[in-house]
Design a protein around this ligand. Structure first.
Ligand code: ATP
Ligand code: MG
Length: 716
């Protein structure tokens, strides 16, 4: 926001306006224009807002020349966000870049004058280089193993380890490399040799080299330090030792450094990030102004409550509890589904409702733990006609393994033309087996190998669904179906729901957030084994929860595919959340099943949960106080709603004429098994019974009670 009025010259009121937009603690950080500043604060408390206002205030008061400020962060998107916010505050000319972009620019400038000649090219295809290095080391890795080798090399370089000390370092850091550590070290060494031979650099080299050039060439040191005098780092909890080394080189003996971060949001330890730089900042700079912010301006008290509960389970002593500032909003929902397609379909439906009620699609996000979870959502959203934008991952049908598999299936379909082909599922299984895929043998651990298996398993699940829906269908029909799905998912979108991994969501915010696939084994992910790794998973979920401004939906599915074994358990991090009571959890105490209380017949006007007299008509319908915990069967409720939409359409009437939401809730809580139990629900009289009784009882029967009968499968 610029200053009011249109006078030219120093915007006198603008600096005051910048201060006025902050709370007292944020203002303290902004008024410490010079010297070391550290903001240690939770999600949504205005850290990013404070640093942009701090820069703006320094510039607008003339205390800090814009050209001397270097603001760094970790993603291009976040850097763009910083520049945008600064522009909005009437401040131009400040450099806001990622570490890599800043290093590239500086190195390009200084290289000819120091090392001489042009700066070497940045390697275009790191993957290919690693593949070649692996071949030189005598390996024949799969595509996924190459990707995992690359992750190891990137981790090592970010952590300032070379090929020679990789094995020891990897062991100490509990890495999970695709080959023996000494073998990875050999690949790493030949990767470096190949780069030198080809005269190319990778992005991490840029940081290393820029720090070295500053250290080795006094004239560069002088010039760089003269040019940049004020440093700001956002999301500092995720700084790597390599990035810190460059930051130190920029800074020298000076201390005009402002860092902001939240140790509770460290989610890149696996890639070398170390929150210790943030937490030890005041020890390193004893004169630092340290500010703690606790007011959460982003989320409703209901969302903040979930975040605080989640973090209460964490062992760290320095937990920051957030205090919500926004007005109350809807209670976050927690829902359990039979299988992943049902979970994804429900998310798509809820998004439809939100959009219909006025939330723009780009203000909604569906977040999952790994990109491999996206296919179910891509398909459900395409099927429901909800526009979406996939971030940070490849669209399902663009993935190499899926393209390979589809090509194979197409060839198999042509070859089988005219033959009696056996079952569709059998034909698909055979084709996928040619790619080394076995549905009953998921690879251990995570990484690219596991992602590939997940993709192919998703294709196998699609085939099973398709065969169930069209028993006479053969391979050619399935191949056509795949082509149509692929085309539907490629429809260009302008305003879409964001589908992204939890990692990709850091620093961002949406009105509505769906956190999906929250089963133990996914969150925390199976390969998180040490307590430290498990805690990083908890923080990841915390980052997810704190992205939501108003609407928050948490969900999971008991089985992967329809009809599969419903053996999964909700994430252990959800234990103790309101609305999760009665669900079964993995880990200690697993197997203890919750009690449903909905089957008792009532008749009295007392709450069936707390036995207090019921006050309102809605409470009498629910047979409990509105404030008492609901034990609605979410799957049954969703099915009842789908059925209601269909009936209402047939009758050409609004849905509430069939049943109100309160009545559907009452049915989904009571799960009536007989006509007598059905009419005991207030709101269901003889007319409704005659019209809908049979349908409703059939729906209840067809939707097995998730707790009483965990092993049962649903029919149809
Ligand atoms: P994260 O940890 O997720 O990066 P953050 O601490 O950087 O969060 P911001 O993104 O800066 O938080 O702020 C969260 C939201 O709260 C933004 O929409 C921001 O504009 C708003 N906000 C922050 N401080 C204030 C304030 N003092 N008054 C009004 N709104 C504020
Ligand atoms: Mg931020």
């Amino acid at each position: 926001m610029t200053s009011p009025g249109s006078h030219v010259g120093p915007p006198v009121g603008a600096a005051e306006a910048v201060l006025a937009a902050l709370d007292p603690e944020q203002r303290t950080a902004v008024l410490a224009v010079r010297g070391p500043v550290c903001i240690l604060a939770g999600a949504g408390t205005g850290k990013t807002r404070t640093i942009t206002h701090r820069v703006a205030y320094g510039v607008l008061t003339g205390m800090v020349p814009a050209s001397q400020v270097l603001a760094v962060t970790f993603t291009a998107r976040a850097a763009g966000e910083l520049r945008g916010r600064l522009r909005a505050l009437g401040v131009g000319g400040v450099q806001a870049r990622t570490f890599h972009a800043a290093a590239l620019r500086q190195l390009g400038y200084f290289w000819p004058r120091t090392v001489g000649g042009e700066l070497p090219r940045i390697v275009e295809n790191k993957y290919q280089l690693v593949a070649n290095a692996a071949a030189r080391a005598g390996l024949r890795p799969t595509r996924e193993q190459v990707r995992d080798l690359l992750s190891e090399i990137e981790w090592a370089k970010s952590s300032l380890h070379g090929a020679d000390d990789y094995p020891v370092a990897a062991l100490g850091a509990h890495r999970d490399p695709p080959f023996e550590p000494v073998v990875v070290a050999t690949v790493f060494a030949s990767y470096d040799q190949l780069k030198t031979a080809q005269g190319v650099l990778d992005f991490d080299d840029l940081l290393l080299l820029m720090a070295a050039v500053i250290g080795d060439y006094p004239e560069v040191t002088t010039e760089v330090r003269d040019r940049y005098r004020h440093f700001v780092v956002d999301e500092y909890q995720d700084v790597t030792p390599l990035q810190q080394q460059l930051l130190d080189a920029w800074l020298g003996e000076r201390d005009d450094l402002c860092v902001v971060g939240d140790a509770q949001q460290t989610i890149y330890s696996f890639a070398g990030a170390a929150p210790s730089y943030l937490l030890d900042f005041a020890r390193r700079f004893p004169a630092a102004t340290v500010v703690r912010l606790v007011r959460d301006y982003r989320s409703t008290p209901q969302v903040v409550d979930v975040a605080n509960r989640l973090i209460t389970g964490a062992p760290q002593a320095a937990r920051l509890r957030l205090v919500a500032q926004r007005p109350a909003g809807p209670v976050p929902t927690i829902a359990e589904y039979d299988d992943e397609p049902a979970e994804a379909a429900a998310a798509a439906r809820r998004c439809q409702h939100l959009i219909a009620a006025g939330t723009p699609a780009h203000e909604i996000a569906v977040l999952y733990r790994v990109n491999a979870q996206s296919p179910a959502y891509e398909q459900a959203f395409a099927a429901a006609g909800v526009p979406f934008v996939l971030r940070g991952g490849e669209r399902f049908f663009d993935r190499a393994e899926v393209r390979d598999a589809v090509a194979l299936l197409r060839a198999a379909a042509r070859a089988a033309d005219g033959d009696a082909p056996g079952t569709l599922v059998g034909a698909v299984t055979d084709a996928l087996a040619a790619l080394g895929f076995a549905l009953d043998a998921p690879p251990a651990g995570a990484g690219a190998v596991r992602e590939r298996w997940e993709s192919l398993a998703a294709l196998a699940a699609l085939a099973a669904d398709f065969a169930a829906a069209a028993p006479a269908a053969a391979l050619p029909e399935f191949v056509t179906e795949l082509a149509e799905r692929s085309a539907a998912q490629h429809a260009p979108t302008v305003d879409g729901v964001t589908l992204a991994s939890l990692h990709a969501a850091k620093g961002l915010e949406w009105d509505a957030v769906f956190l999906v696939g929250l089963v133990d084994g996914t969150v925390p992910i199976t390969h998180a084994v040490t307590p430290a790794q498990v805690e990083e998973e908890r923080r990841l979920l915390y980052v997810g929860v704190t992205r939501a401004r108003v609407h928050l939906h948490l969900s999971w599915a008991l089985a992967r595919a329809p009809g599969g074994r419903r053996a999964r358990r909700p994430s252990r991090f959800l234990a103790g959340m309101p609305g999760v009571a009665g669900k079964r959890f993995a880990g200690p105490g697993a197997g203890a099943t919750g009690e449903r209380s909905g089957r008792r017949s009532s008749g009295s006007a007392a709450c069936r949960v707390c036995a207090r007299p019921l006050a309102s008509a809605v409470e009498r319908k629910l047979r409990r106080c509105q404030s008492c915990p609901a034990d609605r069967d979410e799957r049954l409720f969703e099915r009842l709603r789908e059925w209601r939409i269909e009936r209402a359409r047939q009758q050409d009437q609004p849905a509430f004429v069939v049943f109100t939401d309160a009545t559907l809730t009452a049915i989904a809580e009571a799960r009536p098994g007989t006509v007598a139990e059905l009419v005991a629900i207030p709101g269901i009289g003889q007319a409704k019974l005659d019209r809908y009784g049979e349908d409703v009882l059939a729906l209840v029967t067809a939707t097995p009670d998730r707790v009483d009968d965990p092993g049962s499968r649903r029919s149809g």
